[in-house]
Ligand binder design. Structure first.
Ligand SMILES: *[C@@H]1O[C@H](CO)[C@@H](O)[C@H](O)[C@H]1NC(C)=O
Ligand SMILES: *[C@@H]1O[C@H](CO)[C@@H](O)[C@H](O)[C@H]1NC(C)=O
Ligand SMILES: *[C@@H]1O[C@H](CO)[C@@H](O)[C@H](O)[C@H]1NC(C)=O
Length: 185
């Protein structure tokens, strides 16, 4: 009797696993959490990187080309936010030329970040994934900006968010290029 029960529950368990496995496989054309872990392990914060990527509703069902575009657009969004903040601070700072100079520097640095990301977006649309990696702005503009202004919590926060977005973009770019390189022709 007990062996029948065991056999039965084993059968239902296999049944369950079979269906969860096929459910999983049928969703494999999206970006798996495994891929997100791999990508995010190359950044300073697995957690912030994963929440950034998972925060875009397109990620879950994205193929590699869309994954690349999503990561670039997330970085563009943050760069636009930071550019706007520093431009506003620059325009709104009077009587402290040192501070104004720092904000102006940030504004031009983020203008360059935006231009580099626009180029990366074009290359990604053209599916030139090896070039996308090289087009990225890197992290130094965000550091150079931050080092030239007085510290505040909110500037620290948008700088951190920018660094995470830039690292996430760079890591996704390498991941996508590597996946596409190793695809059977
Ligand atoms: C500009 O600065 C003033 C005074 O610090 C502040 O009240 C105002 O909200 C600021 N304007 C913008 C657009 O940030
Ligand atoms: C930092 O703050 C001090 C004091 O308010 C000010 O004199 C100085 O110009 C500021 N420097 C920068 C780079 O904003
Ligand atoms: C302005 O940015 C450059 C990098 O482009 C940096 O080397 C320089 O120290 C910055 N100057 C100020 C005042 O923040």
């Amino acid at each position: 009797m007990s062996s029948t029960l065991t056999a039965l529950s084993f059968a239902s368990l296999s049944f369950f696993f079979f269906f969860s496995a096929s459910f999983f496989i049928s969703h494999c054309n999206g970006v798996s959490q495994q891929a997100i872990s791999t990508v995010c392990s190359q950044t300073q914060s697995d957690e912030l990187c994963a929440s950034l990527l998972n925060g875009d509703p397109r990620t879950a069902s994205a193929d590699l080309p869309l994954f690349s575009l999503v990561s670039i657009e997330l970085a563009q969004k943050q760069a636009a936010r930071n550019l706007e903040t520093f431009a506003r601070l620059r325009d709104n700072t009077t009587g402290d030329s040192q501070a104004q100079k720092g904000y102006a520097n940030c504004t031009s640095l983020y203008g360059k970040v935006e231009a580099d990301l626009r180029r990366a977006h074009e290359l990604s649309e053209a599916k030139e994934y090896e070039e996308v990696i090289k087009a990225g702005p890197g992290s130094s503009p965000a550091y150079d900006c931050f080092n030239g202004v007085n510290f505040t919590l909110s500037l620290g926060e948008i700088t951190r968010d920018m660094l995470i977005a830039l690292e996430t973009f760079a890591s996704v770019a390498s991941y996508v290029a590597q996946q596409i390189r190793s695809r059977p022709a």
